[in-house]
Design a protein around this ligand. Sequence first.
Ligand code: ADP
Ligand code: MG
Length: 312
Amino acid sequence: KVKSLSDLPGVGQSILNKLVEAGYSTLESVAVASPQDLSVAAGIPQTTAQRIIKEARDALDIRFKTALEVKKERMNTKKITTSSQALDGLLGGGIETRTMTEFFGEFGSGKTQLCHQLSVNVQLPPEKGGLNGKAVYIDTEGTFRWERIEAMSKSVGLDPDTAMNNIYYMRAINSDHQMAIVEDLQELIVKDPAIKLVIVDSVTSHFRAEYPGRENLAVRQQKMNKHLHQLVRLAEMYDLATIITNQVMARPDMFYGDPTVAVGGHTLYHVPGIRIQIKKSRGNKRIARVVDAPHLPEGEVVFAITEEGVRD
Ligand code: ADP
Ligand code: MG
């Protein structure tokens, strides 16, 4: 199966180098290029460019499908339990594969705890709400704690050391590093197909710190978009779940619409996926709300964060 540019028939090392140099480093970027642009940028004949584009589109399955095919694809998505029945109910069973799920909310709302819980739960057998899978945890804020994995895995009946061994962890130092990790992830996923969950916690913090203010908005969004679409593609290509977190400030002065959308214009609502807003409530209680998901009913649920992890 074609997984990257170099797998395309007729793309040898020299054409590959030219493409990458010209900024076409992924199947996606080639698939949506025009033959003229690709031909000029990579210095290859237009007919060759045309053929490569066609092959990239085939590899990515970019074509008309019937609604029935779409249905069958959707029926194949699998779910990972959050360990809260209420939250699972809100999500139609749990976090979906082939989908990017965003947890957004203010500091301390529980985004990181949910990420820990899901990187444990993906390892559960299907009858307990998992996928017998492994997780990749990309940590940009240094808030990953093995102690939480240990506690959460014990309480769902997994051996803690085995559970920790099934989580690939990497600290992303800056936004370029973060993007590079995701770009290279395909290699690891091909090597270890048990990987069923990829987490970036938080997806936005480096970008915000490095590209502050209005004047940097365009370049920040451009980079973010590329990064997010790569995460979406990973989910679709390898039938895995991707989770991103995004810290947003609550705006008590805003009464209408989504109270967090407007803050700094940072939110990711233009990227495909499911967005879940988490709000603090009394004590260890949290409120979760699905925001503009095309196939999920609107509503709110309450869950809790305990010593054992996410619970009802
Ligand atoms: P966010 O990532 O949204 O900023 P976190 O996921 O880090 O927030 O959530 C932090 C909260 O999780 C803490 O304020 C606390 O309520 C809860 N929490 C963290 N660790 C534990 C624990 N060991 N036992 C119980 N609750 C915990
Ligand atoms: Mg966090």
